[in-house]
Design a protein around this ligand. Sequence first.
Ligand SMILES: [Zn+2]
Length: 290
Amino acid sequence: MGIISTKYLLLDAQAKGYAVPAFNIHNAETIQAILEVCHEMRSPVILAGTPGTFKHIAFDEIYALCEAYSNTYDMPLALHLDHHESLADISRKVDAGVRSAMIDGSHFPFADNVKLVKSVVDFCHLHDCSVEAELGRLGGVEDDMDVDEESAFLTDPQEARRFVEQTGVDSLAVAIGTAHGLYTKRPKIDFQRLAEIREVVNIPLVLHGASDVPDEFVRRTIELGVCKVNVATELKIAFADAVKKWFADNPEGNDPRYYMRVGMDAMKEVVRSKITVCGSQNRLLLPAEV
Ligand SMILES: [Zn+2]
């Protein structure tokens, strides 16, 4: 087993009409909680780390953990660079073994975004590393990113077509009304826009900001071509709430083996429900297929 490209996972999802869940990880416990469920449900999975993740725990350490867990759980794993912003940072991690990267140039004008993404695609494709990019811009907060409502804008279908043609990117994150973090009001997803993008773009589409989005909305986006669903915030909240409750019930407690386990168990419930929404159970690809 080992660390694989996301490309094969997403193309299988696209062909069969489900989505691969991408969960953000932070440490051994969060990886373990995710993989315990994926192993049990036979679901493919993408483990995602932002640049902030690799400030908390060094890339080499996360990579070694993922390799080890891939053997423990007997599953190929995609370790994905989420919201990375430079070719230098991505190329260093690809040289160290990663095979799935997002280059986020969504804050740049179209031509600059194309130029940056193309340079990353040219490098990554020499190393069997799949590349995701974003066109349009999601609002909300994730790690060091904080995009206010005015700076957020939705993906234009015709621009998306040109963007994919000009960059050769493998998957495209679209802005259709979701946001990073929690929603202050019920999200308004522009399904019509997603359908129009799907008509002119044939690579797998990615939904960011899927925490806190009603299940039926996520399912509808998968029917309309989303093949990767990103979940971060909901996992953190489940973990933290369970640990807070444990300490409230056990004010003298101090053993991480106990309080981490209740956090992991709470997080596992969210992972289980997201896999069900994605329809990815029993879709695990064997090494010969990836
Ligand atoms: Zn995101």
